[in-house]
Design a protein around this ligand. Structure first.
Ligand code: MTE
Length: 327
C-alpha cells in the first residue's frame, strides 16, 4: 500500500506553452473558408498527419467529416494541437507533463480489445469498431478542467457514451459503470512506481454516464487520438475534473455498487467519486475558484464555472445532494 499519494499533484505546474504554439482554429477556418476540422487538419486516414497519430494501428476519423455544426462547443480559443498533445497527465508514463508525449509511444495499441463484463446482456471482448460507430463520429469542443486548476479547450472526436452503453445493454441492476485502463509495466514506465494503485480505475453513476455530454473520444483535432491523449479510446466527462476522463480504456464493467477509483484509493479526502468541477469547494490544498489557461501565456486565467459551464445540462443529476460532502 502506498501511504503518501499527494506528491504528484504538488509538482510545480510547468510554464505555459509558448504563445507561438497557440492558434485559434475557428479564425483560421473562417479566413480559409474551410468548413470542417477534417479539411483543416487533413484527417484523411491516408494523409500523413492521420497516419502519424495512429500509425495505422487503429481506425482514424474519416476524411470529409463536417464538424462545423456541432451543438457542443465552447466559444473560447482552442488550445493548440501542440499543447493538447504535449502537456498531458497520463501517470502510467510518468508524472511530468511532458512524460506522456515522450514515452507513450511505447504503448502497443494494435488490435485493441475492450472487455465488457458485469450486469449487461452484451458482454465479452469487443474490437474498437464494434463499440464505436466510426460512421457516426462527431466533433465536440469541450473544456478539460484539470483538478490542478488549469484548463484546455479541446476539439474531441468521438461518439456519445450513451450510444456505446446502449449497445452493451446494461440491466436494471447496473447502477454504475467502471472503466479500467490499459496496464502493461513493460510499456509503461510510470507504473513501476506506486504513484497510484494500478490499473487506473474510474467510474460514473449510470445516469451520469447516460447524460448527453458524456463522450467517448477516439480523436482530437480531426485526427486519431495520439497515444499520450489516451489512444485508441478514452472517455471525456466535461463537467468533471479531468481525472474522471480515463484514457486507453481496456475494460468496462457494469456494477451495482459505487466503484473505488484509483484517485480515491490514493487520497480519498482530496479526490472524491463525483469530482464535479465546483469553484465553491476548494481542494484541501488549493482553491478551485479559478484556473490557468494552458497555452495562453503564463498569466492567463479565467474564473472556474460551476460544473465547468454545464450547469443547465447536469445540475439535476445532483439535486438534493450536498456537493461539499459529495465532492
Ligand atoms: N487516464 C489514465 N489512464 N491515466 C492518467 O494518469 N490522467 C487524468 C485523465 N485520464 C490519467 C487519465 C487526468 S489527471 C487528466 S487532467 C486527463 O486525463 C488529461 O487528459 P489530456 O492529457 O488528454 O489532456
Amino acid at each position: 500500500m502506498i501511504t503518501r499519494k499527494s506528491a504528484p499533484w504538488q509538482l510545480p505546474i510547468e510554464a505555459a506553452t509558448p504563445e507561438h504554439l497557440f492558434f485559434n482554429r475557428r479564425k483560421i477556418i473562417k479566413a480559409a473558408g474551410v468548413l470542417g476540422v477534417g479539411a483543416l487538419a487533413g484527417c484523411n486516414p491516408s494523409s500523413g498527419e492521420a497516419q502519424t497519430a495512429s500509425g495505422g494501428a487503429y481506425p482514424a476519423p474519416e476524411a470529409d467529416l463536417d464538424f462545423s455544426e456541432s451543438a457542443y462547443t465552447v466559444n473560447d480559443d482552442l488550445t493548440s494541437y501542440d499543447a493538447v498533445t504535449g502537456y498531458n497527465n497520463f501517470y502510467e508514463f510518468g508524472t511530468g507533463k511532458d512524460d506522456p508525449a515522450r514515452y507513450a509511444d511505447e504503448m502497443t495499441v494494435t488490435d485493441w480489445k475492450v472487455t465488457v463484463d458485469g450486469r449487461a446482456n452484451n458482454t465479452g471482448e469487443f474490437a474498437l469498431t464494434d463499440l464505436v460507430d466510426y460512421g457516426a463520429l462527431e466533433e465536440r469542443v469541450y473544456r478539460l478542467r484539470c483538478v490542478e486548476a488549469w484548463s484546455m479547450v479541446v476539439p474531441w472526436v468521438g461518439v456519445p457514451l450513451s450510444d456505446v452503453i446502449a449497445k452493451l445493454e446494461p440491466t436494471d441492476e447496473a447502477k454504475y459503470v467502471k472503466f479500467e485502463t490499459y496496464l502493461n509495466p513493460e510499456e509503461m514506465r510510470g507504473v513501476r512506481r506506486n504513484v497510484l494503485d494500478w490499473p487506473y480505475v474510474e467510474g460514473l453513476r449510470m445516469d451520469e454516464a447516460m447524460n448527453e455530454l458524456a463522450f467517448v473520444a477516439v480523436g482530437v483535432y480531426g485526427k486519431a487520438l495520439p497515444k499520450q491523449n489516451g489512444a485508441p479510446v478514452r472517455i471525456v466527462v466535461p463537467w468533471k475534473y479531468g481525472f474522471k476522463s480515463a484514457k486507453s480504456i481496456a475494460r468496462i464493467s457494469f456494477i451495482s455498487d459505487q466503484p473505488r477509483t484509483a484517485w480515491q484509493k490514493a487520497q480519498a479526502n482530496e479526490y472524491g467519486f463525483y469530482s464535479n468541477v465546483n469553484p465553491t469547494v476548494s481542494h484541501p490544498r488549493w482553491s478551485q475558484a479559478s484556473e490557468r489557461i494552458i497555452g495562453a501565456g503564463p498569466f492567463a486565467r479565467r474564473d472556474t464555472e460551476m460544473f465547468n459551464g454545464y450547469e443547465d445540462q447536469v445540475a439535476h443529476l445532483y439535486e438534493g445532494m450536498d456537493l461539499s460532502e459529495n465532492f
